[in-house]
Design a protein around this ligand. Structure first.
Ligand SMILES: *[C@@H]1O[C@H](CO)[C@@H](O)[C@H](O)[C@H]1NC(C)=O
Ligand SMILES: *[C@@H]1O[C@H](CO)[C@@H](O)[C@H](O)[C@H]1NC(C)=O
Ligand SMILES: *[C@@H]1O[C@H](CO)[C@@H](O)[C@H](O)[C@H]1NC(C)=O
Ligand SMILES: *[C@@H]1O[C@H](CO)[C@@H](O)[C@H](O)[C@H]1NC(C)=O
Ligand SMILES: *[C@@H]1O[C@H](CO)[C@@H](O)[C@H](O)[C@H]1NC(C)=O
Ligand SMILES: *[C@@H]1O[C@H](CO)[C@@H](O)[C@H](O)[C@H]1NC(C)=O
Ligand SMILES: *[C@@H]1O[C@H](CO)[C@@H](O)[C@H](O)[C@H]1NC(C)=O
Ligand SMILES: *[C@@H]1O[C@H](CO)[C@@H](O)[C@H](O)[C@H]1NC(C)=O
Ligand SMILES: *[C@@H]1O[C@H](CO)[C@@H](O)[C@H](O)[C@H]1NC(C)=O
Ligand SMILES: *[C@@H]1O[C@H](CO)[C@@H](O)[C@H](O)[C@H]1NC(C)=O
Ligand SMILES: *[C@@H]1O[C@H](CO)[C@@H](O)[C@H](O)[C@H]1NC(C)=O
Ligand SMILES: *[C@@H]1O[C@H](CO)[C@@H](O)[C@H](O)[C@H]1NC(C)=O
Length: 611
């Protein structure tokens, strides 16, 4: 019975509503301010571009979209739009607004979107946005706002999207974002901020996407983004001074997408990002990064896309993407790469998209895996092309036929050229060079191993020179042994052993201990360039030894002499001091009968003369 009544009432109400809508639509009673166009069907009023100096009166109360953009409005007064309870979207962009009174939007309790783009606002007073309890989107970009004051947005508890870019913002007050409980996306662009507003951002606990562009920052300090546990996407771009990410700068974040582009990073920020195990998208494009190092990205186990476009990449080391089993897109176009080896990847089977164009690619065996997959891989419409060797210069990968491949994408294994034996026997302290030159295609890299099979670097006493020569300076006895030169390229390795025998001073030929001009080197093999003839290479040669010993002796003598002189003057200067010392003693009574001691026994003292 009761349900029946409700249903009947509903039907009547619906019919009434239909009729009213029809009447409103048909009749001409929908009020429309002069100079505006009103569209009843879509509940829209267009007052855009009508040279309005003030907000017109008499809008239909059911209007949902009011477009007041491109006029000359200067101020909005209190309760300016009261009565438009159904208004859904209000566009005030491209006016001359410099002043919005508090509670200007009071009464717009259904407003979802408010656009105040490109006006002349310098400040937003606390209370301007009061009453906008349903607001979801707010655009205040392109004004001249200098600071966001505390509690500016505190009544916008439904706001999800805030566009605050292109202001002159120099400061965001720590409490500015208080109350934005629902904010999911915040964009700050072209601000004059010189640091990340960490404190203010930490209020935004629902934030999912944060975009910071054109900030004048050079360092991202530790813990820049605290308490943003819901943040999934962070974009920092166009910060030409940004060159450092502190090692804990991104700690506390759990991102799935990270972009740091158009900045001044010179290395991939391995440490700051290594905890982002849910990261799927990483974009470091347009940074002067030269190398992606081996085995340092393995923690990003869910990474699917890696972009480093327009960088300065010359090398991606084998193993760079080891552990990244989900990597399916690699976008490294416009770099300085000559190759991309298959061993870079965990497994190339998962790779779907590869942008490798605009790189000076050397089409040899290292790129054979790419060209073999050229029909399966998605090059995103940009075919890679060869820069060398000469016979295929400029040719795109899709131009090669299957039959031509084995003869084109070839390598020559590394081969060490001069295999003349090199044995050096030297005295301790000499400098020795061992040569190693190799050819191959691609040109091989040369490394040396110590007798203990340790790697030798390009610095230190024992080092590799840039031309592959091994240099042992001030040879020590313990340097003796067999050194191994290893030349390697993608097609193969070659190695070559040399010997070094260093004799210490104790075992030298004692029949000629101090040969003028340095030690004699018994065997200087032609292959080993032993700088024995150059006495300067040996820091402790005979001359030096003699000089050192002489100097040492001389300095000893002179110290003794100085000491004596000093003592003499000291004793002379103390003129008043007695030059004798009188020592009293108690004679032993038992000695009284003694012979020689009896004469001094009475006095009990004797006198010594001092210098
Ligand atoms: C609103 O009016 C302006 C100026 O007459 C016009 O350029 C614009 O296209 C109109 N917008 C709509 C949605 O009709
Ligand atoms: C208001 O009108 C302008 C054209 O004059 C248009 O570009 C703008 O998108 C309109 N705003 C809305 C919210 O439709
Ligand atoms: C902000 O930076 C712009 C240039 O990017 C400059 O013109 C403007 O004067 C700066 N504003 C302040 C307040 O520093
Ligand atoms: C940005 O900061 C650098 C120093 O870090 C300064 O030299 C430069 O003038 C600043 N640029 C602007 C537009 O404020
Ligand atoms: C960041 O934190 C790490 C580890 O606590 C510390 O080693 C480093 O010096 C800090 N960097 C800065 C710029 O404070
Ligand atoms: C970027 O860094 C390099 C040194 O790493 C420096 O020479 C250059 O001035 C920096 N660029 C800017 C815009 O700060
Ligand atoms: C991190 O984000 C992922 C994906 O959004 C989510 O599954 C995971 O639970 C989050 N982890 C933590 C600790 O919040
Ligand atoms: C690769 O990067 C460029 C530049 O950022 C972009 O235009 C292109 O869409 C990217 N390609 C893919 C497949 O993501
Ligand atoms: C290698 O370079 C060093 C100096 O860098 C030079 O002394 C040596 O002669 C060079 N050796 C060869 C074989 O070119
Ligand atoms: C060359 O040597 C490296 C180790 O130095 C080894 O990993 C690689 O498999 C070798 N390559 C060939 C073709 O023998
Ligand atoms: C020591 O030197 C003499 C010549 O001065 C030479 O005859 C002799 O063979 C040398 N002995 C050794 C062990 O080198
Ligand atoms: C040995 O080194 C000297 C310079 O110390 C150099 O002038 C000479 O050419 C080198 N000899 C050989 C065979 O490379």
């Amino acid at each position: 019975m009761f349900v029946d009544v409700v249903v009947q009432w509903r039907i009547w109400a619906t019919l009434l509503l239909l009729w009213m809508t029809k009447f409103l639509a048909a009749g001409s009673s929908w009020p429309c301010p002069q100079r505006c166009d009103c569209y009843k069907e879509v509940l829209e009023v267009n007052c855009s571009g009508r040279l309005l100096m003030t907000v017109p009166e008499g809008f239909p109360s059911s209007v949902q979209l009011l477009n007041l953009s491109r006029n000359r409005l200067k101020t909005l007064s209190r309760r300016q739009f009261s009565g438009l309870a159904h208004l859904w979207e209000l566009d005030l962009s491209d006016n001359l607004l410099s002043m919005i009174e508090v509670e200007a939007f009071q009464g717009l309790q259904n407003l979802h979107t408010l656009r105040i783009r490109r006006n002349r606002l310098k400040i937003i007073t606390v209370g301007v946005f009061s009453g906008l309890s349903s607001l979801r989107k707010l655009d205040i970009s392109g004004n001249e706002i200098l600071v966001f004051l505390d509690f500016t947005f505190h009544e916008l508890s439904s706001l999800q999207w805030l566009e605050g870019g292109e202001n002159d913002l120099v400061f965001i007050s720590p409490q500015a974002f208080v109350g934005l409980h629902s904010l999911q996306e915040l964009n700050l662009d072209r601000c004059n901020l010189t640091s990340i507003p960490t404190e203010a951002l930490s209020q935004l606990q629902a934030l999912v996407r944060l975009r910071l562009r054109r900030l004048n920052i050079s360092v991202l300090p530790n813990y820049s983004f605290r308490r943003l546990s819901r943040l999934r996407s962070l974009t920092i771009s166009h910060c030409p001074w940004l060159d450092t990410l502190a090692s804990n700068s991104l700690l506390g974040l759990n991102l799935t997408s990270l972009t740091i582009s158009h900045s001044n990073l010179t290395t991939v920020p391995y440490t700051p990002i290594h905890h982002l195990v849910y990261l799927r998208y990483l974009d470091l494009s347009y940074n002067p990064i030269t190398t992606v190092h081996a085995n340092l990205l393995g923690d990003l186990l869910r990474l699917q896309e890696f972009h480093l476009v327009g960088g300065s990449l010359v090398r991606i080391e084998p193993g760079a993407f080891r552990g990244l089993t989900h990597l399916r897109l690699l976008n490294i176009s416009s770099n300085q790469l000559t190759t991309l080896e298959e061993s870079v990847f965990h497994s190339v089977g998962n790779l779907e998209t590869l942008r490798l164009d605009v790189n000076p690619l050397a089409c040899d065996c290292r790129l054979l895996w790419v060209v073999r997959r050229r029909l399966r891989l998605d090059f995103d419409g940009r075919q890679p092309s060869c820069a060398s060797p000469y016979k295929v210069q400029g040719r795109e990968f899709r131009d090669f036929t299957e039959t031509a491949l084995p003869s084109l994408f070839t390598c020559r294994p590394a081969r060490i050229l001069n295999r003349k034996p090199q044995e050096a026997r030297v005295e301790e302290g000499h400098t020795v060079h061992f040569y190693c030159k190799a050819d191959g295609d691609p040109s091989p890299s040369i490394s040396w191993l110590t007798p203990q099979l340790g790697a030798i670097s390009s610095t230190g006493r024992i080092r590799i020179l840039s031309n592959g020569t091994l240099e042992v300076r001030y040879a020590q006895v313990q340097d003796s042994g067999t050194y191994l030169c290893v030349a390697s390229n993608a097609a193969g390795n070659d190695s070559f052993a040399v010997g070094l025998h260093v004799r210490g001073f104790s075992s030298r030929n004692r029949s000629s201990p101090f040969y003028p001009g340095g030690w004699i080197v018994p065997s200087a093999l032609p292959a080993a360039n032993i700088s024995a003839q150059d006495p300067k290479a040996f820091p402790f040669d005979a001359k030096t030894m003699i000089i050192a010993v002489t100097m040492g002796f001389l300095s000893f003598l002179s110290s003794v002499a100085i000491c004596f002189v000093f003592m003499f003057f000291w004793s002379q200067s103390k003129g008043q001091i007695k030059h004798t010392a009188t020592i009293d003693f108690v004679p032993r009574t038992s000695m009284g009968t003694g012979g020689g001691g009896s004469d001094r026994a009475e006095t009990g003292r004797f006198t010594m003369k001092l210098i």
